[in-house]
Design a protein. Structure first.
Length: 88
């Protein structure tokens, strides 16, 4: 970060309440079409080894959400939270 890089970390279900809260936020926003938050959505499809795989991405960068999830300031310059949904 100090030299201009970025960081990404995966949030897994062993993270307790934080994981549950992020999943609840994504589910809530999905129900209303993300109309009230700054976000990006896209999908891609690929075929490999006889399987078709679809990935759907959602990145939420709304400052209020980011501040809520980083209220203790644990992640320096946290700017976006996202989810990848993959189906084969």
């Amino acid at each position: 970060m100090e030299h201009g890089g970025d960081y990404v970390f995966a949030l897994n279900d062993n993270q307790g309440h934080l994981y549950d809260e992020v999943i609840a936020m994504i589910a809530h926003e999905a129900l209303i079409g993300y109309r009230a938050v700054k976000h990006e959505r896209w999908a891609d499809r690929s075929k490999a080894q006889g399987r078709i795989q679809t990935r759907r991405y959602v990145l939420v960068s709304d400052p209020e959400y980011v501040a809520y999830f980083n209220h203790k300031g644990a992640w320096w310059q946290l700017g976006t939270m996202g989810i990848v949904d993959r189906t084969r």
